[in-house]
Every structure is written in structure tokens, then in C-alpha cells.
Design a protein around this ligand. Structure first.
Ligand code: ADP
Length: 502
């Protein structure tokens, strides 16, 4: 075995040979600075594998490879239909290896295997195929102007794009970013989060197999403060697409100003879910549970503030607690009946427990959970009991700050006006949900909520055909759908004089 590959046996028995290098210019290479990342299994705190971590010099090399590919004829001269063809091929290769990719994702991240396999991997292939279909449907327009003149526009790829992704959906976030970038004709340096470096490395092998020219997609694992910052500050990077925390998003925005990079930021949230007394009560309670407790609550759009009309509040609290107790089965993520695995890292686990203390000290009522879950393994792993707080006031920290865990606050409101006021009483604006059987109310409230997305009688719907993104401190720009494609294109206006003489 070379020192840039490792043979692994996953907890589900799957044997995997994983490359561990940086994927630059079509090759797995060693990091020049000698830095590494050791990935920890959040289920039992054991070490899974050690992979290379990029230095500033490695980032320079990856950007240079992407630039050379962008300027090179192999990529430029490819017809847009053939570009789409490569993307379809990549999606097929991923589908063929989905069990291995899902195994790595679950092992590294802690999310239930069934979710990795049936939801995340389906999202990856669906997104790549959706954007593959767009590749040969990109065109500008013709604009009549004055006299013997007209103008037309060309939609051209932005260029070299750095894509910085988080740890909660590593493969899906990679697909959300690579899909539109490749369809647009951009070249990419992708940086996974240091907490979850593994699945993207396996994926990187498939890039070459699919037949992409060298340098079109580069993957550099690395630390945010070094490799991430090097990308955000790089003078030869034309765009940064980032998903992660609001603090880091703002930092990247400041750094990216160095050469006025185009930016797309998808950051934090504290999304409200409103339940009116005319809602389908049972459905509302079930969706509210899914909306916050799935993916260990590690979802930027998680509906973490559930606002319930006063007249049904007590009944809702009881029903919600019942659903949590019966559905939020905490356990080994490789077991089929597990709903909730461990939090991704010790830091996240401690962060969630810190918010439990904050809620208690500020006078909210801990109605469920709020403690480590110790019935898996031998007390190891970052497991937390799903946590529900009631009697929460809008001034409390747990109402205002993003927890990013299986942690929900239930708050009551009197009427529609107060519901909207509470919903918008946040610096964030990502997701939101409205439960009401009254269609006029549902649409009226949807239009008044300050958020990039509203679910009516649902939660967490996300579809690669539909734009995704936030307002306020939740981000800038949109991913997915046609809007996501256009964020990787720039429009050039060409003015044509057909004979106007001076
Ligand atoms: P979290 O706090 O949940 O770990 P972050 O927003 O810090 O989330 O991380 C999301 C991604 O941003 C990761 O890939 C991380 O390495 C990267 N990152 C962190 N800090 C920086 C930075 N200063 N510049 C660029 N990227 C960064």
C-alpha cells in the first residue's frame, strides 16, 4: 500500500481502499507542509484514517491547476453537450459506488446509514444529473436597441471557483456546488471540512474515471484557517461558494474583497415553524419533529423555533414529547432503526450541552432530554438525548442563537400578528414553515416571513430544481435550480453596430 492510500474495514464490514492525498491536477499528492487531518469516528471516538491537509502552497498549486484547465483547450473546446455527458457519467459512477460512499459518510459524520444511502446519495446523483441537463441549455439573449444597432449577451463561466463546504452533508454539499459550476464551464477547487474529509476523497477518484480533464476539479482537504483562508484570499480565484457558519461566512466575505470575488454564502439559521390552531394538529407535530431532529439537528434550515398558538400549546407540547420519545431513536448509525446518531464532533456535542445549561439558567423549562445519551457503546461517542425546551421567551439565548443539534424551543403566540413578529425576531432568515388549513392565512403568512424559503404544511423540503438560500445573516445568493446555475455565469453584453455611420 502506498503511503497515499489506506485499507479500511468499516463498522458495517465494508472493505474500502481510500486515497488519502490532496487531489490536484488529476493526481493524489502529498501535502507540502506535512500537515494531516485525522478523522475521528463520532460513534466511538476511534481514529478512522489520517489524510493530507493542504498548506498555502498546495492551495496555490490547486488554483494553478484549475486555472490551467480553465484556459486549456481540453475543457474549453468540449461541446456543452459533452460537458453534460461527463457529468452524467460521474453521476453513474457515484450511483454504482453509493454503498461505499454512504458507508464513509456515516462512519465519518455519524449520520444514519439509511439517510446517507437513500437520501444524501440520491441528492448527489439527482443534483449532478439535473445540472448535466442544463449544460447545453445556457444562452444569452438578443436585445434590439436603437437604429441600426442591437446587442446580444453571452453567458460565460465565471472562471476558477473555490468551493468551501461544511461537515453536515459533505457529499450533498459538494454536489450542490460542483453541479452548477461544471455545467457553467467553471473549474473548481473544492475544500471539504476538516471534520469530515473522507467521502470526498473516495469521490475524487471517480472524477478521473468519468473522464474530466486534469485540473477541472481539484479536492484539497485542509483546515479552514489555513487552506480555507488561502482560497478566500487567493488573487486567482474568481468566485467563492461557501456553506458553513455565519461567523466564517462574514470572514470569507471580508477576505474575498481582496479581488472583489463573486460570492455565494449559505450560512446559519434559526428557522421558525408556526403552528396555528387551524392546522392539521398531528401532521404539524410530526413535521415539527422531522424539521428539527433529523440529521442530529445539524441542518442549517432546521426549524429550531416551534411557535404554537396559545389555544393548542399545551396539547402540542404533550404530542411533541410523545413523538420525540417514540421516533427519535438514538443509536449506532449503522443500525437500520436508528433515527439519530452522534453529533459530529466533541466540540459540537459540548456546544449543544452548553446551550442546555444556558436554557436552564435563563429560566426555560427542560421538557425532554438535555443530557448525554449513554446507552450506545460503552459510554463513548457524542450522543445526546433529543432536547425540548418549553416556556421559552424571545429574549433567551436559546431562542436567539443557532444550536445546530437535536434541540428545539417551543414558544406560544396569541395571534397571527404575534406569530409573524416572533418568527421575524431573529438576525437569521433561512427556512421557515407555516401550518394552517386556511389557505389564505398560509400564503399571507408565507409572504410576510423574512426567510429565503417557506414550507407550507411541511418542513425541510429541498429539491435540486428549486432555489435554496437565505436572507439577513443566513447568506447571499442562491444555490440549486436555475438561480444556482446563474451564480456561476457572468453576462457579457456585446453591442453591434449594423451600419450607423458617424
Ligand atoms: P463550523 O463552525 O460548523 O465548523 P465553519 O463555518 O467554521 O463551520 O466551517 C465551514 C467550512 O469553512 C469548513 O470547510 C472550514 O474548514 C471552512 N473555514 C473555516 N474557517 C475559514 C476561514 N477563515 N476561511 C475560509 N474557510 C474557512
Amino acid at each position: 500500500m502506498s503511503d497515499l492510500k489506506v485499507n479500511l474495514t468499516a463498522p458495517n464490514g465494508r472493505k474500502i481502499t481510500l486515497p488519502t492525498g490532496l487531489y490536484i491536477n488529476g493526481e493524489f499528492v502529498k501535502a507540502t507542509g506535512g500537515q494531516t487531518i485525522t478523522s475521528i469516528n463520532p460513534t466511538d471516538e476511534s481514529e478512522i484514517a489520517t489524510v493530507q491537509a493542504a498548506s498555502v502552497e498546495d492551495v496555490d498549486k490547486a488554483v494553478a491547476a484549475a486555472r490551467a484547465a480553465f484556459n486549456g483547450s481540453e475543457w474549453r473546446d468540449l461541446t456543452n453537450t459533452d460537458r453534460g455527458g461527463l457529468m452524467y457519467k460521474l453521476a453513474d459512477l457515484i450511483e454504482a459506488e453509493k454503498e461505499t460512499l454512504a458507508t464513509l459518510e456515516t462512519w465519518d459524520n455519524g449520520k444514519p446509514y439509511q439517510v446517507s444511502l437513500n437520501e444524501d446519495l440520491a441528492e448527489v446523483t439527482g443534483t449532478l444529473r439535473y445540472y448535466a441537463g442544463w449544460a447545453d441549455k445556457i444562452h444569452g439573449s438578443t436585445i434590439p436597441t436603437t437604429g441600426a444597432k442591437f446587442a446580444y449577451t453571452l453567458k460565460q463561466p465565471i472562471g476558477v471557483c473555490a468551493q468551501i463546504i461544511p461537515w453536515n452533508y459533505p457529499l450533498a454539499m459538494a454536489a450542490w456546488k460542483l453541479g452548477p459550476a461544471l455545467a457553467a464551464g467553471c473549474c473548481v477547487v473544492l475544500k471539504p471540512a476538516e471534520q469530515t474529509p473522507l467521502s470526498i476523497l473516495y469521490f475524487a477518484q471517480l472524477i478521473e474515471k468519468a473522464g474530466f480533464p486534469k485540473g477541472v476539479i481539484n479536492v484539497v482537504n485542509g483546515y479552514g484557517k489555513e487552506a480555507g483562508h488561502a482560497l478566500a484570499s487567493h488573487l486567482d480565484v474568481d468566485k467563492i461558494a461557501f456553506t458553513g457558519s455565519t461567523v466564517t461566512g462574514k470572514q470569507i466575505m471580508r477576505t474575498a474583497a481582496v479581488n472583489m470575488k463573486n460570492i455565494t454564502l449559505e450560512t446559519g439559521g434559526k428557522s421558525p415553524l408556526l403552528v396555528f390552531d387551524d392546522a392539521d394538529f398531528e401532521q404539524a407535530a410530526k413535521w415539527a419533529h422531522i424539521g428539527i431532529m433529523s440529521n442530529q439537528g445539524q441542518i442549517c434550515t432546521a426549524t429550531s423555533r416551534v411557535l404554537v398558538q396559545e389555544s393548542i400549546y399545551d396539547k402540542f407540547v404533550e404530542e411533541f414529547k410523545k413523538i420525540v420519545a417514540s421516533t427519535s431513536i438514538v443509536g449506532d448509525p449503522f443500525k437500520d432503526d436508528t433515527f439519530q446518531g452522534p453529533q459530529v464532533t466533541k466540540a459540537q456535542y459540548e456546544r449543544v450541552l452548553g446551550f442546555v445549561e444556558s436554557g436552564k439558567s435563563e429560566g426555560a423549562t427542560l421538557a425532554h432530554g438535555g443530557v448525554p445519551y449513554t446507552k450506545v457503546g460503552e459510554g463513548k461517542g457524542y450522543f445526546i438525548e433529543p432536547t425540548v425546551f418549553t416556556d421559552v421567551k424571545s429574549s433567551m439565548t436559546i431562542f436567539r442563537e443557532e444550536v445546530f443539534g437535536p434541540f428545539v424551543v417551543l414558544v406560544s403566540f396569541k395571534d397571527e400578528a404575534e406569530a409573524i413578529k416572533l418568527a421575524n425576531d431573529t438576525t437569521y432568515g433561512l427556512g421557515s414553515a407555516v401550518f394552517s388549513q386556511n389557505i389564505e392565512r398560509a400564503h399571507r403568512v408565507a409572504s410576510k416571513i423574512e426567510a429565503g424559503m417557506v414550507w407550507i404544511n411541511s418542513s425541510q423540503d429541498s429539491d435540486f430544481r428549486v432555489p435554496f438560500g437565505g436572507v439577513k445573516n443566513s447568506g447571499i445568493g442562491r444555490e440549486l435550480g436555475e438561480a444556482g446555475l446563474h451564480s456561476y455565469l457572468q453576462e457579457k453584453a456585446v453591442h453591434v453596430n449594423m451600419g450607423t455611420k458617424l
